[in-house]
Design a protein around this ligand. Structure first.
Ligand SMILES: NS(=O)(=O)c1c(F)c(F)c(S(=O)(=O)CCO)c(N[C@H]2CCCc3ccccc32)c1F
Ligand SMILES: [Zn+2]
Length: 263
């Protein structure tokens, strides 16, 4: 597809020129505001399978020019939704060293330092991500808000390799680790709403689950992620830093955000 960026002439306000869904309904992210919330007693704790990967299970860590991503094995899946949603990849959105706020979802207008997304597709109905990505019941993404605070040994399991993927389309193999440990302790407390991919083509195909509780990484870990990467290829003469890779909150319209917790 056409080139797109987070700022400048191909920035988010121009996406809809080449990607019409980006100007459509049910867009993500949103500001999760108290007045939109409705408690739903039928929302069960998120149950995930096979997230605890062993070191001999290699994962591909890559810089795709828009984010840092980790490709995930198809044995990883969510088992508590009406269909099985099989993991495809996880990636991050972050701010910059000068503007450390870079989450996509905000909570009552509070923007967190960063956000992790674990992308899954409905493998009961579709054979792969490509076939699922534009279907209304195609995707389920788990969102984890990230604050700067305590050092995270789990994030370090991939951050220590980040200088091997400084430039666009670079990839390295890293030993598997426990992806469950990147999620908050409580998988029973979350926000739930129907939304979209937050990058072009912005298909309204995502069942969003944003966990209520954030996780923390240290300031050095945040700066490593926010300053190590470029969205340009290694051989390009003028390197373009990869940071501030978050879309602003979109109109909620008449959408309600369901919550799995009372207080
Ligand atoms: N925030 S978000 O909406 O979850 C989200 C991103 F922000 C994001 F950058 C990516 S990307 O890294 O692939 C960069 C360009 O799409 C994805 N990829 C998804 C959707 C596109 C097709 C595809 C195919 C295989 C695996 C994952 C994906 C993404 F879903
Ligand atoms: Zn994302």
């Amino acid at each position: 597809g056409a080139k797109w960026t987070y700022n400048g002439p191909e920035g988010e306000h121009h996406w809809s020129k080449h990607y019409p869904y980006c100007g459509g309904a049910f867009q993500s992210p949103i500001d999760i505001k108290s007045e939109l919330l409705r408690f739903d007693p039928t929302l069960r704790p998120i149950e995930i399978q096979n997230y605890n990967l062993l070191p001999n299970e290699q994962l591909t860590l890559g810089n795709n020019g828009h984010s840092v991503q980790i490709s995930l094995p198809s044995k990883m899946h969510i088992s508590s939704l009406p269909h099985r949603y099989t993991a495809a990849q996880l990636h991050f959105h972050w701010g910059s060293s000068s503007r450390p706020a870079g989450s996509e979802h905000t909570v009552n207008s509070k923007q967190y330092a960063a956000e992790m997304h674990v992308v899954h597709f409905n493998s009961d109905k579709y054979p792969n991500m490509s076939m699922a990505v534009d279907k209304s019941d195609g995707l389920a993404v788990l969102g984890v808000l990230i604050e700067v605070g305590e050092f995270s040994p789990t994030f370090e399991q991939f951050l220590r390799f980040i200088n091997g993927i400084k430039y666009r389309d670079q990839r390295v193999q890293v030993p598997g680790f426990n992806i469950r440990a990147m999620l908050p302790a409580r998988l029973d407390e979350y926000f739930r709403y129907d939304g979209s991919l937050t990058t072009p083509p912005c298909y309204p195909s995502v069942l969003w689950t944003v966990f209520r509780n954030h996780v923390t990484i240290s300031r050095k870990q945040f700066l490593d992620m926010a300053t190590a990467l470029y969205s340009s290829h290694a051989q390009e003469s003028s390197p373009v830093p990869l940071n501030g890779n978050f879309r602003r909150p979109q109109l909620a319209d008449s959408r309600v955000v369901l919550v799995s917790f009372k207080e």
